[in-house]
Design a protein. Structure first.
Length: 452
């Protein structure tokens, strides 16, 4: 094949070249036709034909500041001029500044930081640190969860993205617990009469498994349905972990950075995890950065014990400078507070849709983080499609709904039988109105699958 200068490629050639030479993630490769995107600004992104799309899920629930924030771009440019790379063993001003700033916004007590270049790697670090610190092996995770794509983090992932690696391919030592899911309780209880039995069952597991190093949870489950726990759940889980000397790891890769109307989701319940993992919104996703934050107790252990972890790109200066700018922009624009108020507005508009769409089983969320859970039957809560159909590559109703919305200029993330709505935190009411109106019309597609 002849090499052609990039600026001469037609849009079709860009798409064809991408399909031919690159893997599309989490899918069968056949029929992958990625849209050619050429620009993005604020809450919109733009394709090669000039069509604008409202980014109603902030890409992968990560562009929290919206696209092309000038302060973040400037921080990247400035850092590239000052010191684009230096090995993690050296001290840098940018790392010191970010570390001090993190102390201002993270839940109290998280005081020592390991930087990565993804949420996946931050979870890998958390699992290794938990095992080294406790001298124990097992990690309890929950079924409705996603923790990343590498061996330990996909092994700890409860959702079906783990299945193609079973049975021998995933990392060992993971045990799955029931999730907290009051809409479809996995142990068939009803809140509040259940007295949070799903948390108590975790204690039963810890007692019977033995050798449990940590429990890893998404405080508000993200892709797997924006599951918000009842207020008693986290304080109970914290007590259980403390009783058994088991670490609590909060995976806030998606739920952090103002997404739920607090800096971090655990702030809603004033619970301090032993390890907090985050990524995505930490730089508004402009540059790949993840963070594994630990307590002083864990930090002290490694004073005299070997910290057996590291990367060439750990604390990479180019990843840290945009995080400082992102946090300052969030503070300047009061985006955490805004997420809460605009989230109430989005939530109430979504709830209103339930009256006219029988396919809506439940609308749930917190801050600017919402799920529209679609069902065949409101009484039985049977989903429109199953996990097995997703992995088998069957056409899913939620994908049709999302495709219809794309046609009408609104991008959302579908997953099995629900949509995750998580717009940039800068979104205005008019854009929320547009997004919800387009969803309203696309949902008639899902209504057709509702049982008579
Ligand atoms: C809760 C959670 N943890 C971990 C990850 C993995 O992060 P990354 O894709 O940056 O590796 C994700 C990604 O969506 C996530 O939502």
């Amino acid at each position: 094949m002849q090499t052609v200068p990039v600026d001469q490629l037609t849009s079709q050639e860009v798409v064809d070249t991408t399909r031919q030479f690159n893997y599309g993630t989490w899918r069968r490769q056949k029929n992958w036709t990625p849209l050619h995107i050429v620009d993005a600004e604020g809450c919109d992104f733009i394709d090669s034909a000039g069509k604008r799309y409202l980014d109603f899920s902030a890409q992968l629930m990560c562009v929290n500041l919206g696209h092309k924030n000038p302060a973040v771009i400037e921080a990247i440019v400035e850092q590239a001029r000052t010191l684009p790379y230096i090995a993690p063993g050296y001290a840098t001003t940018v790392r010191a500044e970010l570390s001090r700033l993190l102390l201002e916004v993270l839940p109290a007590g998280l005081v020592k930081f390991f930087f990565t270049t993804s949420g996946t790697e931050a979870n890998e670090a958390a699992i290794k640190i938990a095992r080294m610190f406790t001298g124990k092996t097992k990690i309890i995770a929950r079924y409705r969860s996603y923790h990343g794509s590498t061996m330990a983090s996909i092994g700890a992932t409860g959702d079906p993205r783990r299945w193609p690696l079973e049975p021998g391919g995933k990392g060992g030592g993971i045990v799955f617990a029931p999730e907290v899911n009051c809409y479809r309780c996995p142990i068939k209880h009803t809140y509040p009469d259940c007295n949070i039995a799903c948390a108590d069952y975790l204690e039963h597991m810890i007692e019977n498994e033995s050798d449990v190093a940590a429990v890893i949870v998404e405080p508000v489950v993200g892709t797997n349905g924006v599951l918000v726990p009842p207020s008693e759940y986290f304080p109970r889980l914290r007590q259980i972990c403390d009783r058994h000397n088991v670490l609590l790891i909060a995976d806030e890769v998606m739920s952090g950075w103002g997404r739920t109307g607090r800096w971090f989701a655990v702030d809603h319940w004033k619970v301090q995890p032993d390890i907090l993992v985050t990524a995505k919104g930490i730089t508004s996703a402009y540059v790949p950065l993840g963070l594994c934050a630990t307590t002083a107790r864990i930090a002290a252990y490694f004073d005299d014990n070997y910290f057996a972890h590291g990367h060439t790109y750990e604390a990479h200066p180019m990843t840290l400078a945009p995080a400082i700018a992102t946090i300052r922009e969030m503070q300047r624009l009061k985006l955490v507070e805004r997420s809460s108020t605009m989230g109430d507005y989005l939530g109430s508009k979504l709830m209103a849709l339930a009256k006219s769409h029988p396919s809506i089983g439940e609308i749930r969320g917190l801050g600017l983080f919402w799920a529209v859970d679609l069902v065949k039957n409101r009484k039985t809560k049977e989903p429109l499609n199953t996990k097995a159909e997703k992995i088998a590559g069957k056409p899913l109703v939620v994908d049709q709904v999302a495709a219809e919305m794309m046609k009408n200029g609104v991008a959302v993330q579908p997953w099995i039988s629900h949509l995750v709505l998580a717009p940039p935190l800068i979104i205005e009411k008019q854009d929320i109105d547009v997004g919800v109106a387009v969803l309203d019309s696309a949902l008639s597609l899902a209504d057709r699958f509702v049982e008579a």
